[in-house]
Design a protein around this ligand. Structure first.
Ligand code: ZN
Length: 252
């Protein structure tokens, strides 16, 4: 199966290198781009992550915010037609937009759900990246049959896989997709920027530093020689791949 993969940008935020990378001293300004990803070419579209809603956009000073659902529709897919959304992890910018996708079943790792409902979630070191009401929604959604809790690596559809890598969060999963150009690896926040995976530079937000480093290895291994690696928040995604219109990047 040859799928097509799109990165859809829905916002931007400015910070500095020292606020973001692990033990980094440079005050160099950096900009994060916020994406959801779309996998087309199968019987039905598959979404990767849900972004967030305008409440988080306002509270967290996000520039150029547009609703992730609006970008998905601009890419030609109705939100009502997306049966599966793979959730890489439960940070606000990947999960808090779940209600924008009312027809989707959300696939998330068991370790991720356990962490954010477990003993460490209460500490300030971890609770800054959360939208708590969105996390609370996990329970009613689960009882409504809309959460699929995964335990490790698995095939989603022929040619689409998730791999639990952890590191940045306890149950972070990355996604691979077979395309005509080779295997696309959607790293999400296993590698926010290309400098993470290419220069082996971790970020500050971590649950396990060894797992984060092992995740870099895994990404290279899964990508193979074509190196179709899509970093989770890097503005370079729009330069390394083909921007078909503003905010819509065709990876393969
Ligand atoms: Zn993120």
């Amino acid at each position: 199966m040859n799928y097509e993969v799109y990165a859809l940008k829905y916002g931007e935020r400015d910070t500095t290198a020292c606020q973001f990378f692990y033990r980094e001293s440079s005050h160099e300004p950096i900009t994060l781009h916020y994406f959801v990803w779309l996998i087309l070419g199968g019987p039905q579209p598959i979404l990767v992550d849900t972004g967030f809603r305008d409440d988080d956009a306002k509270a967290r000073h996000i520039r150029n915010y547009v609703s992730p659902a609006a970008v998905v529709e601009r890419a030609g897919v109705k939100v009502a037609d997306i049966p599966i959304a793979l959730i890489t992890h439960l940070h606000y910018d990947h999960w808090a937009g779940h209600s924008l996708f009312p027809a989707s079943e959300f696939w998330v790792q068991r370790d991720e759900v356990a962490f954010w409902t477990g003993p460490y979630a209460r500490y300030e070191a971890f609770n800054q990246s959360q939208n708590v009401p969105a996390l609370a929604d996990l329970v009613p959604l689960n009882y409504a049959g809309r959460i699929r809790i995964l335990d490790g690596d698995r095939e989603v559809r022929p040619g689409i896989h998730v791999y639990r890598v952890g590191g940045h969060t306890a149950g972070l999963q990355i996604v691979t997709v077979q395309t005509a150009r080779g295997t696309v690896v959607l790293t999400s926040d296993a590698s926010h920027f290309y400098r993470n995976v290419e220069r082996w530079q971790p970020v500050q937000i971590i649950t396990s530093l060894p797992e984060m480093l092992a995740a870099f290895e895994r990404i290279h291994e899964l990508a193979g020689p074509e190196k179709l690696i899509v970093a989770g928040h890097d503005p370079q995604v729009s330069d390394r791949f083909k921007q078909v219109e503003p905010g819509i990047v065709k990876i393969a």
